[in-house]
Design a protein around this ligand. Structure first.
Ligand code: MIC
Ligand code: SF4
Length: 646
């Protein structure tokens, strides 16, 4: 039988289930990654499972998000993570070593293997032909403990690329074009698999840019073939031994095909406040720009920053623009420093930040009030940059650099000769900032700061749920709306009671108090609820505040899984119009009887305030129903695996 790339990897890792779209499958996980903002909880959960050492082939703990140390919290968390890694057999990538996805691509990713990461942009490693999936920290903890990862078998979409990218048009423009066509919910339940002759002309870092931002379509993951280009990259990283060829079989069947002619593309931009509001740069050109940020796991590779340096060389950043550059990794920064490109960037007036996520997650560099910030990152949700009324536009490094010089959004094709940057034959190889775990883990003392508070645990599901609608929101609510990030809130990620004060802060600052006063209740939402990040805090905090169920028109994949993991019922309206009949403050009563929770089951909801009944469905698999009934995945896993491992 002819198989796609994704099907080949899945079938090699299948632990249970049938590889038919819509069916629940479980796959074996070869590698995991965590980052600091989700990692603290993930390791606390791993610890709570009582398993002495991780059971994966490789697990890496990165510190890249919570880098500003304006109080003790982040520094304490870094130390906690370092000791946890040493204790449980995890590699530790020290602060300053770079963004998890960039470093993983450079140093650890392996074609044909599976990677589960507690970050939604884990699919970046799909640029190497790896099946790399983002998930909540608890799912990653389970995978570290040797448990399989459960997911709904996605439909597989082929993105057929033909031709070559024209001068000044970048990989970022390819993924912006994909977003323009698919929108932020068009990838839900799908894997985007790239193929066609156009792929041959894309380097691994370019493929990684595309795979990275596929997350914004809601896709389960994105994947590229592993070919000669992959081999050249791995060779330059001194890792050719792990290369295998990987391509779809002749005649492999796809559920959908999207064709993109690279020759026909032009520089694109996503307008505020959604990554799918994509138009050609020339249509929006001339917008005055206050800030330009180059970096993030989407666009911070050696190639990207070399292009930036060539564009800026000998020129000066516009006097009204603040240009900040965050290299993706220490490897990138080291190479730029050695070959002089860093000097070109500094001379042009760029503000060089340490290798990490930085401004992408509002960790510093907030733009001015009402400012316009042009960023090479992947998300431009309102408020994410740290300034509520600033407008963030998403662009390629070429467009960003051209605009930093001009002071207005500029089509880079106006600059004449494009930069000519080639892949190095050999990257700078120096892994001293990755600490391998020692042998005697049990002797390591875990260092816990006062910011690390015990994990709240969900209650088992009662047969009837009652309460008020605490909040009614619209479509495409992001996890940044539910649980904002930024430099002030992120340090509280391992202190749920403190974090809870900020739940839905951007939407309704009174939410947390209201939820507490009411003793919990329900949230009602439109389409694609919970899009964006993998942060399980967006489920854990509502659970802590007593949210029992979310009633929505549809859910984003990772967030739905996180809700289940923390014992909150994700309910979908059987008739989408019922959403319109509900108002905040309405009293609901839900019969959450066990046998109605599973696929095809229908649950009656009584609106006690308005006296009508409507139907919702949870659509859970029998396993998910068990998880919810136990009060979440942690309790369920304790019951399932510990017995086996002890
Ligand atoms: C993001 O880009 O939103 C983050 C911060 O990397 C998140 C993870 C988190 O919230 O810690 C993600 O993408 O999953
Ligand atoms: Fe970090 Fe931004 Fe990438 Fe998230 S999207 S991992 S915050 S660089």
């Amino acid at each position: 039988m002819s198989l796609t790339i994704a099907e080949k990897i899945i079938s090699n890792h299948l632990v249970s289930g049938k590889m038919a779209p819509g069916e629940e499958i479980a796959i074996k996980i070869d590698q995991t990654l965590t980052q600091d903002a989700t990692g603290t909880l993930s390791y606390l959960q791993f610890e709570a499972m009582g398993i002495p050492r991780v059971k994966t082939g490789l697990s890496v703990s990165y510190v890249d998000h919570n880098m500003l140390q304006t109080g003790f919290e982040n520094a304490d968390d870094h130390r906690f993570l370092q000791t946890m890694a040493a204790r449980y057999g995890v590699y530790f990538s020290r602060p300053g070593n770079g963004i998890c996805h960039q470093v993983h691509l450079e140093r650890f990713g392996v074609p044909g293997k599976t990677l589960l990461g507690s970050d939604s942009h884990t699919p970046t490693a799909g640029g190497l032909g790896m099946l790399a999936i983002g998930a909540g920290g608890l799912d990653v903890a389970v995978a570290m403990g040797g448990g399989p990862f459960y997911l709904t078998m996605p439909r597989i979409v082929k993105i057929q690329l033909s031709g070559h990218l024209p001068p000044w048009v970048a990989a970022k423009d390819v993924i912006l074009e994909v977003l323009r066509r698919l929108t932020v919910k068009g990838g839900v339940g799908k894997i985007l698999e790239y193929g066609g002759s156009g792929v041959l002309h894309l380097t691994v870092p370019e493929r990684a840019t595309i795979a990275n931002m596929g997350a914004e379509t809601g896709a389960t993951t994105s994947i590229f073939p592993s070919d000669e280009v992959t081999l050249a990259f791995l060779k330059a990283q001194g890792r050719e031994d792990c290369w295998i060829p990987l391509a779809a079989d002749e005649g492999a069947a796809y559920d959908e095909v999207v064709e993109i002619d690279l020759d026909g593309l032009e520089p694109l931009v996503a307008l505020p406040y959604s990554p799918d509001r994509v138009v050609p740069v020339r249509e929006a050109a001339g917008v005055r720009v206050d800030q330009v940020i180059i970096g993030s796991c989407t666009n911070s590779s050696y190639l990207d920053l070399m292009k930036t340096a060539q564009i800026l060389k000998g020129k000066t950043v516009h006097p009204d623009v603040s240009l900040a550059i965050a290299p993706g990794s220490r490897q990138v920064l080291l190479m730029l420093a050695k070959n002089g490109a860093l000097a070109d960037l500094v001379a042009a007036g760029a503000r060089i930040l340490e290798a990490g996520c930085g401004p992408c997650i509002g960790m510093g560099q907030a733009p001015p009030s009402g400012g316009v910030s042009l960023r090479t990152i992947n998300r431009n949700f309102q408020g994410r940059c740290g300034t509520q009324d600033a407008e963030v536009y998403l662009v390629s490094v070429e467009t960003a650099a051209a605009s930093a010089l001009a002071g207005v959004l500029t089509d880079p094709r106006r600059l004449g000769e494009p930069p000519a940057v080639t892949m190095p034959e050999r990257f700078e190889l120096d892994d001293r900032m990755v600490l391998p775990p020692g042998k005697n883990g049990e002797k390591v003392t875990i260092l816990r700061g006062p910011n690390i508070k015990p994990l709240p645990v969900a209650e088992p599901l009662p047969p009837r749920l009652e309460g008020k609608i605490l909040l009614k929101v619209g479509d495409n609510i992001t996890t940044d709306h539910i649980m904002p990030a930024g430099s002030k809130i992120l340090p509280l990620r391992s202190n749920i009671p403190a974090l809870a004060r900020f739940a839905f802060a951007q939407v309704d600052p009174a939410f947390a108090e209201r939820a507490k006063a009411a003793g919990g209740g329900f949230v009602v939402a439109g389409e694609n609820y919970g899009q964006g990040s993998s942060r399980e805090h967006a489920a854990l905090v509502p659970m802590y505040l007593g949210v029992k169920a979310v009633l929505a028109r549809s859910f984003a994949r990772i967030h739905r899984a996180n809700l289940i993991n923390f014992g909150i019922l994700p309910l979908v309206f059987c008739s989408p119009e019922d959403y319109d009949r509900l108002d905040q403050e309405d009293e609901l009563s839900i019969e959450a009887l066990a046998d109605c929770l599973v696929k095809d089951g229908v649950i009656d909801v009584l609106n006690k305030t308005k006296q009508f009944t409507f139907q919702v469905a949870a659509g859970l698999t029998p396993r998910q129903a068990q998880v919810i009934k136990c009060g979440g995945l942690l309790n369920y896993t304790r019951q399932q695996y510990i017995g086996e491992t002890k």
